[in-house]
Ligand binder design. Structure first.
Ligand SMILES: NC(=O)C1=CN([C@@H]2O[C@H](COP(=O)(O)OP(=O)(O)OC[C@H]3O[C@@H](n4cnc5c(N)ncnc54)[C@H](OP(=O)(O)O)[C@@H]3O)[C@@H](O)[C@H]2O)C=CC1
Ligand SMILES: O=C([O-])CC(=O)C(=O)O
Length: 254
C-alpha cells in the first residue's frame, strides 16, 4: 500500500522511517520549494498526490491547505490534526469535500489513550468529560503560554482553562488531544480543558476523566516527547502508524 506523507517534521519522519511492508512510502506533500528529508519524490500540490493512503503530519495548516482537495479526489486521509475540527468552517469544508469526492478522514487517537473507551461510553450517554494536558515548559514554546515567561517557571502554571473548542483554536499544535477527546466524547463546548506548564515533569502527561451511564473512568498517560519536538509525544506518531497498519491488517482492533 503506497503512502503519501504530508509534512516533514518529527512525526512525518517517524512515520517515514517506521513504515514496513506492505506499507511503502511513495511521496511527500510539502510546501512549495521545501526539500524532502528522504530520497522520495516530493510534490506541493494535492492534485499531484498518487498514493493509496495519505498520512497527514502537517497539523491544522497542512489539513487546511490540502485536506479538501485530497478528500474531493477520493483519498483516505489519516490525520492527527483533530484541532482542525474546532474551526467550524474548516470542518464543514472537509466533510463536504469527502461527501462530494468519496474521500475519508480518519483521526488517529494520537498522544492519549482510552479514546476507544470514551467513544463506547458516548453510546450510552456521557455527563462530564475533563481533559488535563501537562507538559514541561519547553513543550509550550510558541503557544499563548509564552506570555507567562515559561523559562522562569518554578512551579506548575495553569495557562488555559476553558472548553475544548477554545483550547484547540488557541493551541492548534498542542491541543489536538483536547479536540480528539471532544470529538470522541461530549463535544467541543461541553468538554472541560486545563493546560499546565509544569517544570516538575519530564513527560507530556495527559489525563482524561469521564462520567456517564457507563460509570466513570480516569486515566493518565505519561508520554515521552518526540526527539526533535518537545511539543509532540512519540505516542502520537506511533498511533498514526498503527492506524495506517490497521488498514492492511486482516484482524483489526478498533
Ligand atoms: N493528535 C495528537 O495527539 C497530536 C497531534 N499533533 C499534530 O501533528 C503535527 C505534526 O507534528 P510535528 O511533526 O511534531 O510538528 P512540526 O510542527 O515540527 O511539523 C509540522 C510539519 O508540517 C509541515 N507543514 C505545515 N503546513 C504545511 C503545508 N501547508 N503543506 C505542507 N507541509 C506543511 C511543516 O513544514 P515546514 O517544515 O516546511 O515548515 C512541518 O514539516 C503538529 O503540528 C500537531 O498539529 C502533534 C502531536 C500530538
Ligand atoms: O503530543 C502531545 O503530547 C499532544 C499534542 O501536542 C497535541 O495535543 O496537539
Amino acid at each position: 500500500m503506497r503512502v503519501a506523507i504530508i509534512g516533514r517534521g518529527p512525526i512525518a519522519q517517524y512515520i517515514a522511517e517506521h513504515l514496513k511492508p506492505p506499507l511503502a512510502l511513495a511521496q511527500m506533500l510539502l510546501r512549495p520549494g521545501a526539500e524532502a528529508p528522504l530520497d522520495v519524490p516530493a510534490v506541493s500540490d494535492a492534485r499531484d498526490v498518487d498514493a493509496d493512503v495519505v498520512a497527514d503530519c502537517a497539523g491544522m495548516d497542512g489539513l487546511r491547505a490540502h485536506g479538501p482537495a485530497l478528500l474531493e479526489a477520493g483519498h483516505r486521509v489519516f490525520t492527527l490534526s483533530a484541532a482542525a475540527f474546532a474551526d467550524a468552517a474548516l470542518a464543514e469544508s472537509l466533510v463536504a469535500a469527502a461527501e462530494r469526492g468519496g474521500g475519508r478522514i480518519i483521526l488517529a487517537a494520537g498522544a492519549i489513550g482510552a479514546i476507544d473507551t470514551l467513544s463506547a461510553a458516548k453510546v450510552g450517554g456521557l455527563t462530564a468529560v475533563r481533559y488535563t494536558g501537562r507538559k514541561p515548559p519547553a513543550g509550550w514554546a510558541g503557544t499563548p503560554a509564552e506570555r507567562f515567561g515559561l523559562k522562569s517557571l518554578t512551579e506548575p502554571l495553569v495557562h488555559f482553562e476553558g472548553n475544548a473548542r477554545d483550547a484547540a483554536l488557541a493551541y492548534p499544535k498542542n491541543a489536538n488531544v483536547a479536540a480528539t477527546v471532544a470529538l470522541a466524547g461530549i463535544g467541543f463546548e461541553a468538554t472541560t480543558v486545563r493546560l499546565i506548564a509544569d517544570p516538575g515533569v519530564a513527560a507530556n502527561t495527559h489525563t482524561l476523566e469521564a462520567e456517564g451511564a457507563f460509570g466513570r473512568f480516569s486515566a493518565t498517560f505519561e508520554a515521552a516527547p518526540l526527539p526533535g519536538n518537545p511539543r509532540s509525544s512519540g505516542l502520537a506518531a506511533m498511533s498514526l502508524l498503527r492506524a495506517l497498519e490497521s488498514e492492511v491488517a486482516c484482524v483489526r482492533i478498533v
